[in-house]
Design a protein around this ligand. Structure first.
Ligand code: NIG
Ligand code: FE
Length: 423
């Protein structure tokens, strides 16, 4: 049979294949590695995965890619980013080095609100240009799909501006994007001290506008989800407001996510699970009872050690215990100008191995198949299986574990999105 592309002779073809949902427990240590593996691609989809001799006996292709001496892996999925923003926060970086905490800076009107001021003032083209440069870097580092949040607009017009920027970015470059409305990222200065009133604005004015945009967007046309997210945190949105906002989003057809327990446990984890959240993110301070609840639920835990590392914290989320207790764990960068100016999923793997006791295999599953499930795309991407999109990368090395073992280098040599070479 004639196909478009065959990748053959890989030292290791790492599939991260999973039957059905995200991987849990012992399955996280299995990456489905095939020595001398090959992959056949037609119309952007994988039509065969197997040993090179078997695949070459059945298929021929116009384009043949020799992967000998190298590992082939699924393209990485970054399940949590704040990719679209204007301006960096270098002064705050220095303030933190000199002893101020992330939360002190936030409560004094810096932090997220600093970026809100700059993002409100930026034109769509400025946001597109800055964000496209970041996406190009992510792609070179192996990321082929990314979730992208709004949340630096915090008024209806600016939040819609961010959504339109995400939609345009999705059209003009190769990283596939999934949008998330994060109007409840912070309380803007004009609503200072009136958090409840701002939550009403999010629910009554922003959400209907977002739902209307989504219904007519490319994302809905392509049967992709749009998420709603809330920063459930001390000094931001409490569990009750989080419940109200997520419930309203669900009523508008959005899928649910929340930032929970990043600095203080607020009860957001239980709220998210009860409402059927696809993922709950951060989980640094989640109490044991809520963690047990999470393990028994279909919700994916998105763990973000780049934030702890960036804030110079010696404490990390208990990802080892989460995996051992059966929580479906994914890892993400959280790329943003404050808590994680980091586009690199391999660096996240490296941190999670060293500070959270995860094995390289567990971290690879966490940035591929489980991350795909964390954005409700697990049936299309995240593993190298027949029928899925041909999103894959070829490393410079034969063993995928180098991705976590080495750091400060980029070991990704080639990147393919839907069977097309994009790096
Ligand atoms: O996930 N926690 C809230 N949002 C981001 C931080 C965004 C920022 O600092 O600009 C986070 O850590
Ligand atoms: Fe975040």
């Amino acid at each position: 049979m004639l196909v478009d592309l065959i990748v053959h002779g890989a030292a290791r073809l790492v599939t991260c294949a999973s039957s059905g949902g995200p991987k849990r427990g012992a399955a996280m240590r299995e990456v489905g590695s095939l020595a001398g593996g090959a992959l056949a691609v037609k119309d952007g989809r994988i039509v065969a995965v197997g040993e090179t001799s078997e695949v070459l006996a059945q298929y021929e292709a116009a384009e043949m890619v020799d992967a000998s001496g190298r590992a082939v892996c699924p393209g990485f999925v970054d399940a949590h980013t704040h990719l679209v923003y204007a301006g960096e926060r270098l002064d705050e970086f220095e303030m933190r080095i000199q002893g101020k905490s992330y939360q002190e800076i936030m409560l004094a009107g810096g932090g997220i609100l600093n970026t809100v001021r700059q993002t409100r003032g930026a034109s769509p083209d400025q946001l597109i240009n800055q964000s496209a440069a970041r996406l190009a870097t992510m792609l070179e580092l192996g990321t082929t799909t990314a979730e992208v949040k709004t949340g630096y607009g915090l008024d209806t017009a600016s939040e819609l501006k961010m959504l339109l920027v995400i939609e345009k970015l999705a059209r003009q470059q190769s990283v596939e994007l999934i949008p998330t409305f994060l109007g409840a990222h912070s309380v803007p200065p004009e609503y200072r001290g009136r958090t409840g009133e701002y939550a009403r604005l999010v629910i009554e004015e922003m959400l209907p506008a977002v739902a209307d945009w989504y219904a007519r967007s490319d994302f809905a046309a392509q049967a992709k989800p749009c998420f709603i997210d809330v920063f459930c945190e001390e000094g931001v949105f409490d569990a009750d407001l989080t419940r109200q906002i997520l419930q309203a989003g669900k009523g508008c057809g959005l899928a649910l996510k929340a930032h929970v327990d990043e600095f203080v446990a607020m009860g957001g984890t239980t709220v998210g699970i009860d409402l059927g959240a696809i993922s709950l993110d951060h989980l640094d301070h989640t109490p044991p009872t809520e963690m047990a609840h999470l393990a028994a639920s279909p919700t994916v835990a998105v763990i973000i050690p780049a934030v702890n590392f960036n804030l110079g914290s010696p404490e990390f989320a208990g990802a080892r215990a989460m995996v051992d207790s059966g929580v479906a764990v994914a890892l993400a960068t959280d790329l943003n100008p404050g808590s994680a100016p980091c586009p690199s999923l391999p660096l996240v793997m490296a941190i999670a191995c060293r500070y959270q006791g995860l094995l390289p295999a567990e971290t690879l599953n966490a940035i591929t198949i489980n991350a795909a499930h964390a954005i409700a795309m697990g049936d299309k991407i995240g593993s190298l299986e027949v029928g899925k999109q041909a999103d894959f990368i070829i490393l410079e090395v034969a063993d995928y574990r180098h991705l976590a073992y080495q750091f400060g280098v980029n070991l990704v040599q080639q990147v393919f999105k839907r069977g097309r070479r994009v790096v």
